[in-house]
Design a protein around this ligand. Structure first.
Ligand SMILES: *[C@@H]1O[C@H](CO)[C@@H](O)[C@H](O)[C@H]1NC(C)=O
Ligand SMILES: *[C@@H]1O[C@H](CO)[C@@H](O)[C@H](O)[C@H]1NC(C)=O
Length: 320
């Protein structure tokens, strides 16, 4: 096969005048999540003059010309269609060596069949190439699930805790509604985020999706404070530790987020999930803690009465 091609090239070179330009054959090129730009190859094997001033190059998509280079004109004329503003030769100097490959930004790269037509003096050559896409999901499917589940759980634990505090200590209706809505906002944002996050590819929409899941989690930190504030006159040391841990979980999640959000092939999903898992863990501990404290209060006691006692006393009551 190879010999045949060499032979053909030789023939083409020898055959003066009417001989054709020989192009290298590529059937297709693939773009994946990580291509910021794409290169459509077009390589001519048997240029004679090796001079751009004797060359004319046209690039077409589905038969419609969108880019042309006229080296005969003085100065040479580059033309491009307005929808392919990023189109350019990978290297103009290399055009003399027969490399008429075109580079396009990813945004302008339309999938389809491209062709390049090259003329040198009275010889012509043409190559076609199909631009295809092979996208994958941005994160692994299991990572997607862990991110959304940890986030939703954090909000659900918060709502359960809110419900318990509301029943046990009573919360003014307006405050109850505000606090419930705050929790629902976190859940809604996460669900919308998930819908944007899961489709294949690495686009702004996927990135917005991830932001909607992870960033609103910050609301849960002050919300935990508000809940403690409803239970305790002055939050005991243990509650403060939980608040600090919750904030720390959020910081870790955001660090993971920052490392992932601009990576086409993210490796740090685990950091994000770890941060969110800390938020969950704190939410569970806070829930259990508030329930234990709550059951140690006598009913009909004015809210906040017993909480003036430090935690150790509360434990003592528990052992009675
Ligand atoms: C996309 O990037 C990959 C890896 O960097 C590269 O091999 C491939 O040729 C690129 N695709 C296109 C169409 O440029
Ligand atoms: C490109 O051409 C190939 C082969 O002729 C064909 O199978 C394919 O469907 C075409 N692709 C597009 C996007 O038109």
């Amino acid at each position: 096969m190879r010999l045949l091609r060499v032979w053909w090239v030789l023939l083409a070179t020898l055959g003066a005048g009417s001989a054709q330009l020989v192009t290298e054959k590529f059937t297709s090129v693939l773009m994946d999540n990580c291509n910021a730009s794409v290169i459509l190859p077009c390589i001519i094997r048997n240029l004679d003059k090796n001079n751009t001033r004797a060359m004319y190059v046209k690039w077409k998509l589905g038969g419609n010309e969108f880019f042309s280079f006229d080296g005969y004109a003085t100065p040479p004329i580059h033309k491009k269609n307005s929808t392919f503003q990023s189109a350019k030769f990978v290297s103009l100097p290399k055009l003399t060596a027969g490399i008429a490959s075109l580079s396009l930004s990813r945004k302008e790269a339309i999938l389809g069949n491209y062709s390049c037509e090259v003329t040198e003096s009275n010889r012509e050559g043409m190559a076609t190439i199909e631009l295809k896409e092979r996208l994958g999901t941005w994160f692994q499917p299991v990572e997607n699930v862990l991110i959304i589940v940890t986030m939703i759980l954090a909000a659900i634990f918060y709502l359960i805790q809110l419900g318990f505090v509301a029943i046990k200590y009573g919360i003014p209706v307006r405050k109850k509604i505000t606090l419930t809505i705050a929790g629902l906002i976190v859940i809604t944002a996460a669900v919308i985020g998930y819908v944007l996050l899961v489709p294949e590819g690495f686009t702004e929409s996927n990135q917005i999706g991830l932001s909607l899941i992870v960033l609103p989690a910050v609301i849960l930190v002050p919300l935990l404070y508000v809940l403690f504030d409803l239970v305790f006159e002055k939050p005991p040391c243990f509650a403060v530790i939980l608040l600090v841990l919750k904030a720390l979980g959020y910081v870790i999640a955001v660090i993971g987020f920052a490392m992932s959000v601009s990576a086409c092939n993210p490796q740090q999903a685990a950091v994000m999930v770890a941060g969110l898992a800390i938020i969950d863990l704190v939410a569970v501990i806070a829930l259990v803690y508030v329930i234990i404290i709550g059951f140690n209060f006598k009913e009909h006691q004015p809210p906040r009465k017993a909480v003036e006692e430090p935690l150790n006393d509360a434990k003592g009551v528990m052992l009675e």
